[in-house]
Write a protein that binds this ligand. Sequence first.
Ligand code: UDP
Length: 151
Amino acid sequence: MERTLVLIKPDAVKRQLTSKILSRFEDKGLKIVGLKLMQLSKEKAMEHYAEHKKKPFFDNLVSFITSGPIVAIVLEGKDAVTVVRTMMGTTNPRDAAPGTIRGDFAMDLGRNVIHGSDSVYSAEREIKIFFEEDEVLDYERVIDKDIYENL
Ligand code: UDP
């Protein structure tokens, strides 16, 4: 099983899309193993987006992601990183396919409602920024055998 970090960004929290977005992941069969509403500090935002430090949109991105509450989520499942990226849709929501989260809920690159780790390596790094070890929980679901053929 793989784990990935999802952030419901401040635009989506303020638009009251949190439960709709969470439902999509639950309906898919991904397991929520970490979940919190939080206000990100500038320092943590810069650490999270460190790979974009030299990009022209970096300052706007940091100020946007710290502009209001976010919901941080750890999802677990087979190929969770790729499954979540596919469900999110392309970075620019105007290009994102209908049926994806960005395709259905967003219009602008700088207001694209969701973040999802882009690799297993990034996921491991990012989860540590947002969650303490004891805030990511292991538990069994009785539905697992109806979601996966082979466990
Ligand atoms: N972003 C932006 N302008 C750009 C490119 C990216 O504001 O020209 C923002 C956008 O919100 C995106 C985030 O920076 O979600 C991180 O960019 P990345 O390329 O990692 O896209 P993602 O992995 O979020 O699809």
